[in-house]
Write a protein that binds this ligand. Structure first.
Ligand code: ZN
Length: 240
């Protein structure tokens, strides 16, 4: 086993504590609740937005229908005016008066029908506009909520980023003062174990995998103090 003193090993254990904390903090960054909340609110906004598209389409159709009704009504009103002028000009020609009066009555009846239709379309339009303004309100609320969540996310994330930065700086300082081969051994072991690379021998037990180390192997391990390798999990063990 390589040469290392207990102070080096204490530093190595601190590096490990820092590495585990950094891993935990990175996990916390990924799992910040606002990420999912933002996704949810965006989905909700999309749903409202597609409803709004449908409502806008309905409004366009109703507007077009209303324009058609109004155009026809205006045309008929002019027709009525002309017929009235013709009646006024007909003097005592009763046949002419009768024919134009009949025409007037037909036009008036059609205009009544149009007026009823316009009332219907107008009621439809007012319902549509009401729904539209509610949906637009929903979109505005979703946008505001998303902005709030993003700001909260950034604030929380920045706290985590700062802590990671501080720990990374401390970690670099500690690694600087340690023998390079000791750091290399730690890195290799950490990469293999995916986390905890070093523990302490506690009496006859590996402090990490908890396996009891028996007779001959224990004597061998103790002989490699201050640093050995657990025969079971192959992690580094500080032997005090
Ligand atoms: Zn072990």
């Amino acid at each position: 086993m390589m040469l290392a003193d207990y102070r080096d090993l204490e530093s190595l254990l601190e590096i490990q504590r820092i590495d585990l904390m950094i891993m935990q903090l990175k996990k916390q960054r990924v799992e910040l609740p606002q990420r999912i909340q933002v996704m949810r609110i965006k989905k909700k906004r999309d749903e409202i937005s597609s409803k709004l598209d449908q409502v806008l389409d309905l409004q366009k159709k109703a507007d077009a229908q209303m324009t058609m009704l109004q155009d026809e009504d205006r045309m008929l009103a002019e027709k009525q005016d002309r017929a009235q002028e013709l009646i006024d000009a007909s003097g005592s020609d009763y046949r002419k008066v009768e024919s134009h009066s009949k025409e007037m009555a037909g036009v008036a009846k059609r205009r009544e029908t149009l007026a009823a239709k316009m009332v219907d379309v107008d009621a439809q339009l007012s319902k549509i506009k009401d729904l539209r303004s509610r949906l637009e309100g929903g979109i505005a609320a979703a946008d505001a909520e998303e902005a709030r969540l993003r700001a909260a996310f950034e604030a929380d994330d920045n706290v985590l980023i700062d802590r990671i930065k501080a720990l990374t700086a401390r970690r670099a300082e500690l690694r600087e003062i340690l023998p390079a081969d000791l750091v290399g051994l730690y890195d290799k072991t950490a990469a293999r174990t995916g986390g905890v690379a070093i523990g302490k021998l506690a009496d006859t037990t590996c402090g990490v995998c908890r396996s009891v180390i028996d007779g001959g192997r224990l004597i061998e391990l103790r002989a490699s103090a201050p640093l050995g390798i657990c025969p079971n999990c192959k992690r580094l063990l500080v032997i005090e």
